[in-house]
Write a protein that binds this ligand. Structure first.
Ligand code: PBG
Length: 308
C-alpha cells in the first residue's frame, strides 16, 4: 500500500541474441538461462515475452563471418535485418522491435568502430557506417535503433540519415552515458567478441570516475535528436540515472548488463544469496533511481513473478 515504486512487466525490455548459421539455440555459459537464438527460437521466445506483458525486445546479432568494416551489420540479408523482419511479420504493432546499432559484433577486431592502420578507432568514418546500419535496420522494419558505440556525433548522423531516407518515424534510443565497465564480460561471450590485442573501449566509453562528463554526453545526445536516453550499466551508476532523470523529460532507460546478471546467477548457484529476491531488489532499485525502462536479462523471470 505504501510502496513508492512499482515494477511492472511494461517497464522491461528483453535483450535477445540471434545467431547466424545455427539450427539449435546455443547456451551461453556465463549467462545461465540466456541463449543464442535461431531465428525461429527467437520468434517463439518473443511470443512468450509478449504474453507476459513485456513491450519490447532489443536484438543483438551474431554473424557467421566478421570483417574489418563489420559489413554484416548493414547487409540487408545480415542476421539482425532478417530477425527484425521476422519479428515485424510475427507481431506487427504488438511488440516494439529495438535493434542495437553497433559494429563490434560484426568486426574481426572487436571494436565498435572502424579502426585506422595505427589501430585507433576512427570516429568520423564510423559515423558513415552507423548511418548505413540504421538504414538497413529501418528497411527491415525496426521501430527503434539503439546506437551503443559511443562515437561523438552518432545520434545526429543517424537521425540525418534516417530522415533523408523517409524513416522519420524510426526512433533513437541513445546509449547516452555508457561506461567503460568491466561488467560487459559475459555479453562479449554471448556475441563472440574479443577486442584485438587485449584492447579496451576507454577511448570512447565513459570513465567510471565521472558523472559531470556523462551528463554532458546525455545533453549532446538530446540535442542531436535522441528520443530515449540510456545509462549503462545500472546498479553501480544509480546516481547517474537519478541525475539524468532530474535533468531530462525524455524517457530514461537503464541497462542492467550481463555482468550484473551473471553475478546474481553465480552467487545464487552457490547458495550464497536468494537469486530471485536479489534480482527483484536490483530491478526495483533501478526504477526507484529514476529509470522508466530497464533492459535486462531478468525480463522474463521478473515478468513471470509480477504477472501480466
Ligand atoms: C556494444 C554493446 C555492448 C553491450 C551492449 N552493446 C558491449 C560493449 O560495449 O563492449 C553490453 C551489454 C551487456 O553487457 O549486457 N555493441
Amino acid at each position: 500500500m505504501v510502496a513508492e515504486t512499482q515494477l511492472t512487466p511494461a517497464d522491461l525490455i528483453a535483450p535477445l541474441f540471434v545467431r547466424e548459421g545455427i539450427t539449435e539455440p546455443q547456451a551461453i555459459a556465463s549467462l545461465p538461462g540466456v541463449v543464442q537464438h535461431t531465428r525461429a527460437s527467437m520468434v517463439a521466445e518473443a511470443k512468450e515475452l509478449v504474453a507476459l506483458g513485456i513491450p519490447a525486445v532489443v536484438l543483438f546479432g551474431v554473424p557467421e563471418h566478421k570483417d574489418a568494416e563489420g559489413s554484416g551489420a548493414s547487409d540487408p540479408d545480415g542476421i539482425v535485418q532478417l530477425a527484425i523482419a521476422d519479428l515485424r511479420d510475427a507481431f506487427g504493432d504488438e511488440l516494439v522491435v529495438i535493434a542495437d546499432l553497433c559494429l563490434d559484433e560484426y568486426t574481426d577486431h572487436g571494436h565498435c568502430g572502424l579502426v585506422t592502420p595505427e589501430g585507433t578507432v576512427d570516429n568520423d568514418a564510423t559515423l558513415d557506417r552507423y548511418a548505413e546500419v540504421a538504414i538497413a535496420q529501418a528497411e527491415a522494419g525496426v521501430d527503434i535503433v539503439a546506437p551503443s558505440g559511443m562515437m561523438d556525433g552518432q545520434v545526429a548522423a543517424i537521425r540525418d540519415a534516417l530522415d533523408e531516407e523517409e524513416f522519420g518515424d524510426v526512433a533513437i534510443l541513445a546509449y547516452a552515458a555508457k561506461y567503460a565497465s568491466a561488467l560487459y564480460g559475459p555479453f562479449r561471450d554471448a556475441v563472440d567478441v574479443e577486442i584485438v590485442g587485449g584492447g579496451d573501449r576507454k577511448a570512447y566509453q565513459q570513465d567510471p570516475a565521472n558523472v559531470r562528463e556523462s551528463l554532458e554526453e546525455v545533453r549532446a545526445d538530446v540535442m542531436e535528436g535522441a528520443d530515449l536516453i540510456m545509462v549503462k550499466p545500472a546498479l553501480a551508476y544509480l546516481d547517474v540515472i537519478a541525475k539524468v532523470r532530474a535533468e531530462h523529460d525524455l524517457p530514461v532507460a537503464a541497462y542492467h548488463v550481463s555482468g550484473e546478471y551473471a553475478m546474481i546467477k553465480a552467487a545464487a548457484a552457490n547458495g550464497w544469496i536468494d537469486g530471485h529476491l536479489v534480482a527483484m531488489e536490483h530491478l526495483t532499485s533501478i526504477k526507484r533511481a529514476g529509470a522508466d525502462l530497464i533492459l535486462t536479462y531478468l525480463a522474463r523471470e521478473a515478468a513471470e513473478a509480477l504477472g501480466a
